[in-house]
Design a protein around this ligand. Structure first.
Ligand code: HEM
Length: 162
C-alpha cells in the first residue's frame, strides 16, 4: 500500500516537472490581471518602462546601437521616451487581446513582420522578457505568477507569421 502511494506520488512529481507550461485561458487572465495592476494602476508606467530598458541595455550593451534612431544613448531623452511608450503600448495591446485569438493573431502578424524586417530575433525578445520579469515585481500588486508569465511571454516572443 505504502509502496503504491509512493510510486504514485513520484510519478506525479515526475509528470509535473516534465509538464509543458501553457499559456491557457487561466494563465492569460492571470497575466492580464497582473499587467493591468502595473500598467493601469497607481504605479508610474514611465518609471517602469525606463527601468526595463535600463536593465535590458545593462545586460545587452551591444543592443543599444539598434535603437540609435530613437536616441538610445540617452534613455531619458524625449525620443527614447516616446519609443518606450510605443513599445509598452504595443505590449499592453498584445496582453489585452491574449484571449481573443483572431485579434491577437493579426496584431502579432503585424509586430512580427515589423521586427523581422528590423532583424529582431526571438532569442533577444526573450532576453527583453527577462528584463521585464526582473522589473515587474516592484510594480505589480502581489507576487508575479511566473508559471503564467513565462509561457504567455514566450507566445509573444515566438512571433506569428502569415
Ligand atoms: C514584447 C516586446 C516588444 C514589443 C511589444 C515591441 C513593440 C514595438 C513597437 C510598438 C514599436 C514601434 C513601432 C512604430 O514605430 O510604430 C517597436 C519598434 C522597434 N522595436 Fe520593438 N517591441 C518589443 C521588443 C523589442 C525587442 C526585444 C527589440 C530588439 C532588441 C525590438 C526592436 C525594435 C526596433 C529596432 C524598433 C524600431 C525603433 C525605431 O523607431 O527606430 N523590439 N517595437
Amino acid at each position: 500500500m505504502y509502496l503504491s502511494v509512493a510510486v504514485l506520488v513520484l510519478s506525479c512529481l515526475a509528470l509535473g516537472t516534465q509538464g509543458e507550461e501553457v499559456c491557457g485561458p487561466l494563465e492569460k487572465i492571470k497575466v492580464q490581471h497582473q499587467w493591468a495592476s502595473a500598467y493601469r494602476g497607481d504605479h508610474d508606467r514611465l518609471k517602469m518602462s525606463t527601468l526595463v530598458w535600463k536593465d535590458f541595455f545593462a545586460h545587452h550593451p551591444e543592443e543599444r546601437a539598434r535603437f540609435e534612431r530613437v536616441h538610445s544613448d540617452d534613455i531619458y531623452s524625449g525620443d527614447f521616451r516616446a519609443h518606450m511608450v510605443r513599445v509598452f503600448a504595443g505590449f499592453d495591446l498584445l496582453i489585452g487581446v491574449l484571449n481573443q485569438d483572431e485579434i491577437f493573431k493579426s496584431a502579432m502578424i503585424h509586430y512580427t513582420k515589423m521586427h523581422n524586417d528590423l532583424g529582431v530575433k526571438t532569442e533577444i525578445v526573450l532576453e527583453f522578457g527577462k528584463s521585464i520579469a526582473r522589473v515587474l515585481p516592484d510594480f505589480i500588486d502581489g507576487k508575479p505568477d511566473i508559471t503564467a508569465w513565462r509561457p504567455c511571454f514566450k507566445l509573444i516572443a515566438a512571433g506569428v507569421s502569415e
